[in-house]
Design a protein around this ligand. Structure first.
Ligand code: 6U4
Ligand code: NA
Ligand code: NA
Length: 157
């Protein structure tokens, strides 16, 4: 079985709102999501998370906390994806649109789950409610349809 491909995903909050970006190109185009991407050779997962946040939203996280590990299995892609989810409740700079993402703030009770990946409605509440860490596995068919899920809280790393 293939080694998973590593990705990062960063959610920035300000106490009542979460910063998401509408993805302008590539995988997940049209969806709102946190900021992140592929982990490159020679960088740590955490460094990749900081780099992608800066590239895609124009801001630097003051402190990134690792909160979750999500595995995505696809019937139409051979390789599983392992997405490392980080949270930051403070940042430096001004959220700025990039080639890839258009940043926008959402109140916790107005998160646009209908325009997001189908797994997000299940794990965002765990991230936003406090300090719990979580692990999940989600099976997709035809890239976008969620057919099976498993999610649990786990001790933080
Ligand atoms: P390029 O275009 O090569 O620079 P890169 O930014 O490295 O791409 P990208 O944007 O394709 O990578 O990475 C996918 C992003 O989508 C990562 O942040 C992980 C995230 N992601 C993938 N599946 C997801 C899912 N089911 N739910 C979710 N985020 C997901 O919330
Ligand atoms: Na990306
Ligand atoms: Na990117």
């Amino acid at each position: 079985c293939l080694q998973p491909k590593l990705f990062t995903l960063v959610l920035v909050t300000d106490g009542r709102r979460v910063l998401l970006g509408k993805k302008k190109r590539g995988f997940g185009e049209g969806y709102f999501n946190g900021f992140g991407g592929k982990v490159e050779a020679g960088e740590t997962i955490r460094d990749a998370a900081s780099r992608e946040l800066l590239e895609e939203a124009g801001i630097a996280a003051d402190s990134l906390t690792h909160r979750g590990t999500l595995t995505f299995l696809f019937d139409d892609r051979p390789q599983p994806w392992e997405v490392h989810v980080f949270h930051s409740d403070s940042y430096t700079g001004m959220p700025t649109e990039s080639e890839e993402m258009a940043p926008q703030w959402f109140d916790y009770d107005s998160i646009p789950y209908q325009q997001m990946w189908a797994d997000d409605v299940f794990w965002y509440p765990l991230l936003l409610k406090g300090s719990a860490c979580f692990r999940g596995t989600f099976h997709f068919v035809n890239t976008h349809t969620l057919v099976k899920r498993d999610l649990s809280e786990v001790p933080c790393l």
